[in-house]
Design a protein around this ligand. Sequence first.
Ligand code: 5RP
Length: 239
Amino acid sequence: MASSRETARQREPPLSDDARTAEQKRAAARAAAELVEDGMRVGLGTGSTVAHLLPALAERGYERLRCAATSPATERAARGLGLRVEALDELGELDITIDGADQIDPQGWLVKGGGGAHTREKIVAAAARRFVVIASAAKAVPALKAPIPLELLAFGVQHTLDALADARLREVPPSPDGGLIADYLGAVEEPAALAARLSATPGVVEHGLFAPQMVSLILIAGGDHGQTLERRTGAKPAA
Ligand code: 5RP
């Protein structure tokens, strides 16, 4: 029998796409916050999904949580909520990093960097024993496609763009580390081959392709109210 809460929900009018997406992001973020225990060292990603994670963590009222942020925006927001944010190098190995994604393919490859923070995000994800990805249903795609975010060294950037053949600078400020944000616009086809090619191009500081080996768990929320939660296990051991 349906509970009274489910019945009330069924009577509610459907949400607009924006409201539905926000509910899904919130649900995925709250599920990830439940994986965090007091005393953990936590990597905080960047973006609108992580914006739901920060209050969910702050609400837990932990006194011994230590966090590292992937962007100045996340650092400010986390501090504003009373979370303790320290330099990544002060924390050593992180227990968990939680971040959003722009695209998630069936093999667990991610595209990140919609906010241009993918270089720091990759470092903070790799610094953690568990990397947990949180997303709304629309982020799950059958195959990755361009744009693939890039951070490029400013020196000789035209040569780098020429070598990439199909890439364009984004009209956004440089990263906090001085890199120029760009997008690779060519075909993706085989993510591993493209990741290797982008990494091997001189002047590419980092690209936004994250391999399944980096990911421990993917939480994808669906439904109008984020009421369905798909858990995909990644290839990174979650010891
Ligand atoms: C920022 C990122 C974000 O995680 C990604 O763009 C997803 O953002 P959102 O949660 O706002 O959809 O990689 O560089």
